[in-house]
Design a protein around this ligand. Structure first.
Ligand code: A2P
Length: 266
C-alpha cells in the first residue's frame, strides 16, 4: 500500500510516524528509529505500544522506548520472532515506512519509582537493555546516582553489539560524555559462546564473580538500587537475589529499592 493509503487506514487517535533508520544486528535483533510527535512526552525508561497495519487491522506490541526523553527521535530495539504477530512484519520496515504508536506511554523502570541511593544496577538480558539505553542517555540518571552499572547478558557476542555501540555513542557525545564521565560501567556476558565474560548474570552474582570482576561489595539495601528487564524467568531469578540482599520492590506510587519490567516478546 502507498503511504497515503496507510495513513488513511490507520485507526483514529494514534500517532502515525515515519521510520528514519533501521539497523539489523543479527537474524534475531534489530533497532529502528522514527520521528517523534511534538506532543508525545515520556519519562526515560517507559514503554509505548507500537504497531503496524497488518491487512486492514492494526497490531500492537509493547516496546520500551530506547531513546532518552530529550531526543527528538524515538528509538526501539526489537527481537524478530519468525511467526510473531507484529515482529514478523516489523522486521521488514525501511526508512520512510510508517509505524503506529498509541498516545500514552507507561512503565515502572523510571527513576521516580526508586528511593534515593548511591549506586544503580540495571540488569538486562536480550532486548531488555532497551529501557536502559534510554536511561543511560538521560543526564538525570547521573544526577541521582554516583555510579550506574549496566549488565547485559545475551546468547552470543553478536547480540551484545547494540549495548557496546550505545556506550561508544555516549563516550563520543560531547555533552553526554561530560555528564556520564566515569560513572557508567558496562558488564556484558554471553551464555552460548566462548567469551571473556561468560554466564548468566544471576549465576555470576550468586558465585560472586560479577562483584569480584567489578571490585564491588555485595548488594547493600542502604546504597544500592536496581532495575531489572528481561524474560519472565530472568526477572524472577534476579528479583530473588535482590530480595535476599534486603532490597524491596517499588512502583510509581510506592518508590522502593528496585523495580522490574518484563521485556516484551512476540
Ligand atoms: P541461556 O542461554 O542460559 O538461556 P533469550 O535470548 O532466550 O531471551 O535469552 C537472553 C539471555 O538471557 C540468554 O543469555 C539466556 O541464557 C539468559 N537467561 C535466560 N533465562 C535466564 C534466567 N532465568 N536468569 C538469567 N538469565 C537468563
Amino acid at each position: 500500500a502507498k503511504k497515503e493509503d496507510f495513513a488513511v487506514q490507520a485507526p483514529a487517535g494514534v500517532f502515525v510516524e515515519t521510520v528514519t533508520s533501521v539497523e539489523h544486528y543479527t537474524d534475531r535483533l534489530f533497532r529502528f528509529r522514527m520521528t517523534r510527535p511534538k506532543e508525545f512526552r515520556f519519562r526515560s525508561g517507559e514503554f509505548a505500544m507500537i504497531g503496524l497495519m497488518v491487512g486492514d487491522k492494526p497490531i500492537y506490541r509493547a516496546y520500551s522506548i530506547a531513546s532518552p526523553a530529550w531526543d527528538e527521535e524515538l528509538e526501539f530495539f526489537s527481537i524478530k520472532v519468525p511467526d510473531g504477530p507484529l515482529t514478523s512484519h516489523l522486521q521488514g520496515i525501511k526508512p520512510g515506512d510508517q509505524v503506529l504508536m498509541r498516545k500514552k506511554p507507561t512503565g515502572t523502570l523510571v527513576l521516580d519509582a526508586l528511593v534515593p541511593g548511591r549506586r544503580l544496577y540495571m540488569f538486562s538480558t536480550g532486548t531488555g537493555i532497551a529501557p536502559f539505553a534510554s536511561l543511560i542517555r538521560d543526564p538525570e540518571t547521573f544526577e541521582k546516582f554516583e555510579e550506574v552499572i549496566l549488565t547485559h547478558t545475551c546468547r552470543d557476542v553478536a547480540e551484545l553489539k547494540y549495548g557496546f555501540d550505545l556506550v561508544d555513542e555516549i563516550r563520543n557525545h560531547e555533552f553526554l560524555n561530560e555528564v556520564v564521565g566515569n560513572k557508567l560501567r558496562h558488564y556484558a556476558t554471553v551464555t552460548r559462546e566462548d567469551y571473556s565474560y561468560k554466564g548468566r548474570i544471576t549465576d555470576l552474582m550468586n558465585n560472586g564473580k560479577f562483584f569480584a570482576d567489578l571490585g564491588l561489595q555485595p548488594l547493600d539495601p542502604v546504597i544500592d538500587r536496581g532495575m531489572i528487564c528481561g524474560s519472565t524467568a530472568m526477572l524472577k531469578d534476579t528479583k530473588e537475589i535482590l530480595e535476599a540482599a534486603g532490597l524491596t520492590e517499588g512502583a510509581n506510587n510506592k518508590p522502593a529499592e528496585f523495580v522490574i519490567e518484563r521485556a516484551f516478546v512476540g
